[in-house]
Design a protein around this ligand. Structure first.
Ligand SMILES: [Zn+2]
Length: 84
């Protein structure tokens, strides 16, 4: 189990621009960073936000867009691999 690498995205805390990414071992992951990072978009140093590549966002999106009461019932089994 040890040694699994995950990709972490670094985003601007102000404008949410993707500023960089790096890979880190899962057990060493620190998403709560207080580090500052330069954002060319804001033209200033901003607090960086760290995001696990894709996973958290897609999970949230799935829950938000999940058809709670689909009139056709066609989307009943559509619960994954439906990312845009
Ligand atoms: Zn920015």
């Amino acid at each position: 189990m040890a040694g699994e690498m995950i990709k972490v995205l670094q985003r601007c805390g102000e404008c949410n621009e993707l500023l960089g990414e790096f890979e880190v071992k899962k057990e060493n992951m620190m998403l709560r960073s207080q580090a500052s990072i330069w954002c060319a978009n804001c033209n200033s140093e901003v607090t960086e936000i760290r995001d696990i590549d894709g996973r958290l966002e897609s999970l949230a999106e799935e829950q938000n867009t999940y058809p709670i009461s689909s009139p056709s019932g066609a989307a009943t089994s559509k619960n994954s691999n439906d990312l845009n």
